[in-house]
Ligand binder design. Structure first.
Ligand SMILES: *[C@@H]1O[C@H](CO)[C@@H](O)[C@H](O)[C@H]1NC(C)=O
Ligand SMILES: *[C@@H]1O[C@H](CO)[C@@H](O)[C@H](O)[C@H]1NC(C)=O
Ligand SMILES: *[C@@H]1O[C@H](CO)[C@@H](O)[C@H](O)[C@H]1NC(C)=O
Ligand SMILES: *[C@@H]1O[C@H](CO)[C@@H](O)[C@H](O)[C@H]1NC(C)=O
Ligand SMILES: *[C@@H]1O[C@H](CO)[C@@H](O)[C@H](O)[C@H]1NC(C)=O
Ligand SMILES: *[C@@H]1O[C@H](CO)[C@@H](O)[C@H](O)[C@H]1NC(C)=O
Length: 503
């Protein structure tokens, strides 16, 4: 329990959780899944509107008279989003409608009564979710259930012997025979974030795409984004030397929104303690980044036009310390909630919704920089990648790529942060693995796009048809699927340079 609480402390105490991440590329997948939309090239990404893919498989219908109920979703926004997607995908596998789960507005995790359950539809749009995810997954209300006596409780096993296979087997069993006759299957036990994972990243991405904030919260996020852009405009107007086309997205029109960089800074003390331990365990020094390192790397983002507004997404308690606003390179204008004058917006809401607003602000940023070990950062990159794919972008290495994301904890081109996209064809291990009584995060894949190397070496290496432009963390070799692979520790050394196998 002590280990657990330490772990949770790490996860909980701030906006994001530590954890793992994934990332990578998707070029291939994009080509397979999405026809290109050449006409969209001119769209301003700063306005970030999803072009939704039409519902995938209209033949696939989710039954509306069979339901799945899951335990309350808990911890941070990122944990709850992942848990939600996993619950949806479980319901999909059982061909059942997921009864709208209860989220948690606060971060408490031990004191169950302090969890402040909050209904899903207080945060996200219920009807719209079903429209967008039609044919894929479906949400229902408890009032849709006809016969409340027809509930089958299904207990998720736990412990070391509860392997991925056993978990899968249990789900399969419950999707047929007499189990399937029950109107409601209620999963009891651990919250869905802790369940085993059986689905590819792209399925998660699909679910996330269907999540739209309620109008009220979306409006608050709009206010924050407008404020950031207004600040940027003031700055530009005051910079006489600036020529208009000096801004990334501006086409000489003063109506263009001004670009901003969002930096998800994980520098809180609890994170530092946690990540240093993690670094030791994984024998790497690329997880924790000091404030100084973050500022330096962000300052070195290639081809970034300055001046530029930098929005610092940090946990509330850090806001008192203005030192995060100091030490930025010239041309980088850092703002956090207080300096922007938007802290009043946040203060009206519980923790979960504050995070949801920050999440949105990061999602819409022209450039996002996060920590690749943070689930919060990872989810943002996942959604940004999904948007880019949906827009039909073919070259993730393009220097003019709209909406690039970076990981500041990894060194990339010209001592800047590493370019970061999500590999949608990966399966992820967002979940926590319980082993030997210790609770660990399983780290899911960290693959980074090194565009510099990519451009240089494409010709020489592409002959074999492999994706030569990726610099990977060495990963555990993927053996045949097996539970034991979940426990392998990845090798996190990153090659410094293209090195011997090029040229
Ligand atoms: C994405 O992940 C899949 C599955 O692990 C892998 O085969 C593929 O090469 C990866 N794509 C890239 C671009 O790295
Ligand atoms: C789910 O159930 C409906 C109704 O029985 C059926 O039409 C549909 O094919 C099922 N989907 C799957 C994937 O089994
Ligand atoms: C509910 O289900 C139970 C058990 O199958 C059954 O005995 C009962 O008649 C059902 N009630 C209604 C209102 O359908
Ligand atoms: C944007 O600028 C480019 C080059 O400066 C020009 O070719 C293009 O027509 C402009 N687009 C709009 C919408 O003004
Ligand atoms: C802010 O943080 C710096 C170091 O990061 C520390 O030296 C300083 O005392 C802190 N200030 C406050 C008011 O906590
Ligand atoms: C980790 O990867 C590096 C570079 O590929 C390699 O030299 C090293 O031996 C690996 N370490 C382990 C423990 O596998």
């Amino acid at each position: 329990m002590e280990v657990l609480s330490k772990f949770l402390f790490g996860i909980l105490n701030s906006i994001t959780s530590k954890c793992m991440v994934l990332l990578v590329t998707i070029l291939i997948l994009r080509a397979l899944l999405f026809p290109s939309f050449p006409g969209f090239d001119g769209i301003e990404w700063s306005n970030l509107v999803y072009i939704r893919t039409p519902s995938l498989n209209s033949d696939f219908r989710i039954r509306q008279d069979k339901f799945l109920a899951v335990p309350q979703l808990v911890w941070g926004l990122n944990n709850q989003k992942i848990a939600f997607a996993r619950a949806c995908l479980t319901a999909r596998m059982l061909n059942r409608t997921l009864l709208m789960p209860s989220l948690s507005a606060s971060l408490f995790y031990k004191e169950i009564d302090l969890l402040q359950p909050i209904s899903f539809d207080k945060v996200f749009q219920f009807e719209k979710f079903n429209v967008l995810c039609r044919g894929f997954v479906r949400l229902g209300r408890y009032s849709d259930v006809l016969n409340r006596t027809q509930v089958l409780e299904m207990e998720k096993g736990s412990g070391r012997r509860w392997t991925v296979e056993r978990d899968l087997l249990q789900l399969k069993e419950h999707s047929e025979g007499p189990f399937d006759d029950y109107e409601v299957i209620q999963i009891v036990g651990k919250n869905p974030f802790l369940w085993h994972d059986h689905w590819p990243v792209k399925d998660y991405a699909k679910v996330f795409e269907c999540l739209d904030l309620t109008d009220e919260i979306a409006k608050e996020a709009d206010r924050v984004v407008s404020r950031i852009r207004a600040v940027g405009k003031e700055v530009l107007d005051n910079t006489e030397a600036m020529e208009q086309e000096n801004s990334i997205t501006s086409n000489g029109s003063s109506f263009q929104p001004l670009p901003y960089v969002a930096v998800h800074m994980r520098i809180e003390i609890d994170w530092m303690i946690h990540c240093e331990k993690l670094e030791q365990r994984l024998n790497t020094n690329q997880i924790c980044s000091s404030k100084k390192e973050i500022m330096e790397r962000v300052g070195n983002i290639a081809r970034l036009k300055t001046p530029v507004v930098v929005y610092l997404a940090v946990a509330d308690k850090l806001l008192q310390n203005s030192s995060i606003l100091e030490g930025w390179e010239e041309g980088f204008l850092p703002f956090e909630k207080k300096r922007l004058g938007v802290d009043g917006i946040y203060k009206k809401y519980p923790y979960l919704i504050q995070s949801a607003i920050d999440y949105e602000v990061c999602l819409r940023a022209d450039i996002f920089v996060g920590n690749s070990f943070s689930t919060f950062s990872s989810l943002i990159v996942l959604e940004r990648t999904q948007k880019i794919i949906t827009m039909g972008v073919t070259n993730m290495c393009g220097t003019d790529l709209k909406w690039p994301s970076y990981a500041y904890n990894i060194q990339g081109e010209s001592n800047g942060p590493m370019r970061w996209v999500t590999n949608m064809s990966e399966s992820i291990r967002f979940h926590v693995v319980v082993r030997n009584a210790a609770v660990e995060n399983s780290i899911f894949r960290n693959d980074f796009l090194d565009c510099n190397w990519c451009l240089v070496n494409k010709a020489s290496l592409n002959g074999e048809g492999r994706m030569s432009c990726l610099v990977h963390f060495d990963r555990p070799r993927r053996k045949k699927q097996g539970p034991s692979e979940l426990f392998e520790k990845p090798n996190f050394s990153v090659p410094n340079a293209p090195s011997e196998d090029s040229n």
